[in-house]
Design a protein around this ligand. Structure first.
Ligand code: PMP
Length: 416
């Protein structure tokens, strides 16, 4: 799993951790171990400082302003768009649309592309491991249009059953909307194959990139996906901001999402004409400060290098997986061959929430529950899992602390 061990030598974990003020605190009298990164990552100082600076120095509404502050704010806002463009190798900046996050991006596509292109008799394919935000918008669309939602099966190891995908793929399919990397299991899905096969029958593909953008190299051009959505807060940026990438011809054809300022070319009671992309989809005053601060998160990742980040996280995942496997009474949920740094598990006889509370008493932050993937939990016949998810600032020592805590709980349970 370790992809480039040499890069690790340039990777100074202390320097990285020093950039995250929040990590340096005690919780319940213990050093905080933050393993809830799949829910949201912590923010480096430069992101927090950029947000402060925006409000202290630059705050103004963007676009069309004649004054210096408006000009500065607009330029910084558009810098972020340019950085995202480069970050995911979009062919152009105007194919990047700012959203509130992944959920907002999926809803945008459902309400625009979906309403315009999907009708009764058509179908949409998702998978059994989707986050609720990649299920419910499609259910709502199907209810409104009479289209059918079809679901790719998931295997016991937590991988997509590609035979099931092949069986579902027929001429009725207009869209395949699939998670790039699963938040509940960590599975990295074979999206290249999915995209290629979907395109063969003329269907479009949306990738839910909430868990892939921070962990994997993402090249939307090479992948040839039609849409890619993601949230800044999963990649060291602020909450309330994300982006949608779309192919130019699709974005240009799609009707607008919300009506209001910024998305228009001209408004007249006789009829309104719409702005060009990306502004056609950006009605109203956006989350300017957070978009500007998001740029710092992207630069943070760029400066470390995705290869180095992936190498470190893969090493943490391999170490934690091996450790967990050696603890009697622990069951791993999600054992795919290719995973991002997400480790879901159960301790025999213990409710995940109780495990989470007891780990919290040791200063360890993990997430417990269904992780917004209730159909997946039902498939595994469980209520939920305990999920430890690792980011660039995590250490093997922290994993040792987790393993020690889990081993004590498992032993305690077995001796009862
Ligand atoms: N999809 C996946 C795979 C996720 O992990 C998440 C966040 N947990 C989402 C979608 C939704 O992201 P957001 O809440 O930032 O819109």
């Amino acid at each position: 799993m370790i992809q480039n061990a040499n890069i690790k030598s340039s990777f100074d974990l202390k320097l990285i951790r020093d950039q995250f003020p929040i990590l340096h605190q005690e919780v319940n009298g213990k050093d905080l171990v933050y393993f809830d990164n799949a829910a949201t990552t912590q923010k480096p100082k430069r992101v927090i400082e950029a947000l402060n600076k925006y409000y202290e120095v630059d705050n103004a509404n963007i676009h069309r302003g004649a004054h210096a502050l408006a000009d500065r704010s607009t330029r910084y806002f558009e810098h972020t768009r340019a950085s995202i463009c480069q970050f995911i190798n979009s062919p152009s900046e105007d194919q990047i649309i700012f959203t509130k996050g992944t959920t907002d991006g999926i809803n945008l596509v459902a309400a625009t592309f979906g309403r315009a292109n999907i009708k009764k008799g058509d179908s949409i394919i998702i998978s059994h491991m989707e986050h609720h935000s990649n299920i419910v918008p499609w259910q709502m669309l199907c209810e409104a249009t009479g289209a059918t939602l079809k679901v790719i099966k998931v295997t016991a190891s937590g991988e997509l059953d590609m035979n099931s995908f092949d069986e579902l793929l027929d001429k009725s399919v207009k869209l395949v909307s699939i998670v790039h990397a699963s938040n509940a299991l960590g599975t990295i899905n074979p999206v290249e194959e999915i995209i290629q096969k979907a395109h063969q029958i003329g269907a479009k593909v949306l990738l839910d990139g909430a868990q892939s953008a921070s962990h994997l190299l993402v090249d939307v051009h090479a992948l040839d996906c039609d849409f890619y959505v993601c949230s800044a807060h999963k990649l060291y940026g602020p909450t309330g901001v994300g982006f949608l990438y779309g192919k130019r011809e699709l974005l240009e054809e799609m009707p607008p999402y919300q009506g209001g300022g910024e998305m228009i070319k001209e408004v007249d009671f006789a009829g309104t004409t719409y702005n060009t992309i990306p502004f056609k989809f950006e009605a109203g005053t956006p989350n300017i400060g957070d978009v500007i601060a998001f740029n710092e998160a992207i630069q943070f990742i760029n400066e470390l290098g995705k290869d180095a980040i992936m190498s470190h996280e893969n090493e943490l995942l391999a170490y934690a997986t091996e450790g967990m496997e050696s603890i009697p009474g622990v069951r791993l949920i999600g054992t795919a061959a290719k995973k991002v740094s997400v480790l879901s598990f159960l301790i025999e006889g213990m409710h995940p929430f109780d495990v989470g509370m007891m780990l919290d008493a040791r200063g360890i932050a993990v997430r417990t529950g269904h992780h917004c993937t209730q159909p997946l939990m039902k498939l595994f016949n469980i209520e939920g899992t305990v999920r430890a998810s690792f980011a660039v600032y995590n250490t093997k020592n922290e994993i040792d602390t987790l393993l020690e805590g889990v081993a004590k709980l498992a032993k305690m349970k077995q001796s009862v």
